[in-house]
Design a protein around this ligand. Sequence first.
Ligand SMILES: [Zn+2]
Length: 141
Amino acid sequence: MPPSAESSRPATGFPADDARCPCGSGDVFGACCAPFLRGAAAPTAVQLMRSRYTAYAVGDAAYLVETWHPTTRPATIELDPALEWRRLAILGTDRGGPFDDRGTVEFDAAWREGEARGRLHEVSRFVRDEGRWRYVDGDVG
Ligand SMILES: [Zn+2]
């Protein structure tokens, strides 16, 4: 299969700050998810959701552990380097704002692994403890 512009991007590895953010916000990485992956607190649940999607897309398992609520966090997170996250669409949010301590985000994420393609639709729950939004769990389907 000839390489395309899309498949030339490695499945793991951080984009340049002036490259398009993997979360699909339309902003550049350095002004979108990068500050959160580098330790800044995401002000809203949807920003945390976007940054976690970006972490999946770039293979940043440590960030996924860190932003997963301790009560539901898996012991380890193994990311499959062959699985490529292609696109994120935020379908809706409920609360999760700067003055909330919980919220939900509904999203649809498209993935590709070799010839296989699929989508993940989830309503994710987030809580904010000590100023930090964290992913709790979600309903997939
Ligand atoms: Zn982003």
